[in-house]
Design a protein around this ligand. Structure first.
Ligand code: FPP
Length: 233
């Protein structure tokens, strides 16, 4: 079948811990395997011609995890991206971070800024990494900035302008792996009309076939945005 590509695909990469446990490994081994899949998916999306890929790497709730795991996750992300900077530039992949990045350690903040600056001119695929991200936190932060700017007239367009990345189009498709069927505070404002796709596959087992299946399912969906579409069977 011909595939109708989403412009913006967002992914909740879930199930790393369970994947590791099933193999008698430490949870961090699941995250390592998960990072490799994040890399593969980024490449597949760039080759397919998607414009935006957002990966939920660390939520505002993930601080509840053991300190060691949290430390490992940040280190993994930094090492992974640092090692692939040349590759990202060659493939013209622009990195952007979204979330309360200002709350992170100075070193991490600087690293995020460095990666964004180094890939600012890249224009094939935008890879957005949701880091210390929460959908509610994003809306709270937007409201605070709106109050600070003393705006009186508020509508959808104004709120959007105060989100972390106002120019980011809403995700057309949100994929969540590992069988959980919820958004977990991901892109709450932006997901109003997103198509949702859930698979039982754990993130480290997510394959190109799985991605194709999700995109085929998306192609079959009829998006109405609350309207009635003429000529619909
Ligand atoms: C969910 O699995 C996964 C995460 C919270 C972290 C995702 C991060 C990565 C895959 C690494 C990111 C790296 C880059 C380069 C973006 P889980 O631990 O919640 O699994 P479980 O539900 O089975 O315990």
């Amino acid at each position: 079948m011909s595939i109708k590509l989403p412009e913006h695909l967002a992914i909740i990469m879930d199930g790393n811990g369970r994947w590791a446990q099933q193999r008698g490994l430490n949870r961090v081994e699941g995250h390592k395997a998960g990072a490799k899949i994040a890399e593969n998916v980024t490449r597949w999306c760039a080759d397919l011609g998607l414009k935006y890929l957002t990966l939920y790497a660390f939520s505002t709730e993930n601080w509840k995890r053991p300190k060691e795991e949290v430390r490992f996750l940040f280190q993994l992300m930094v090492d992974y991206l640092k090692d692939r900077l040349n590759l990202l530039q060659e493939e013209s992949i622009r990195i952007r971070f979204m979330g309360r990045v200002n709350e992170l350690a100075e070193e991490t903040r600087n690293f995020c800024k460095f990666m964004e600056d180094e890939t600012a001119e890249c224009n094939r695929l935008n890879l957005i990494i949701a880091l210390n991200y929460g959908g509610r936190a994003e809306i709270v932060d937007a409201v605070k900035k709106i109050l600070n700017d003393k705006l009186e007239h508020i509508d959808d367009a104004i709120i959007r302008r105060y989100l972390y990345l106002p120019d980011l189009p809403d995700p057309d498709l949100i994929v969540r792996t590992s069988g959980e069927k919820r958004l977990s505070n991901f892109l709450l404002w932006q997901s109003s009309y997103s198509e949702l796709y859930f698979t039982d596959t754990l993130w480290p087992d997510f394959s190109k076939d799985e991605l194709t299946k999700a995109l085929e399912e998306y192609s079959r969906r009829k998006r109405r945005y609350g309207a009635v579409i003429d000529n619909e069977e």
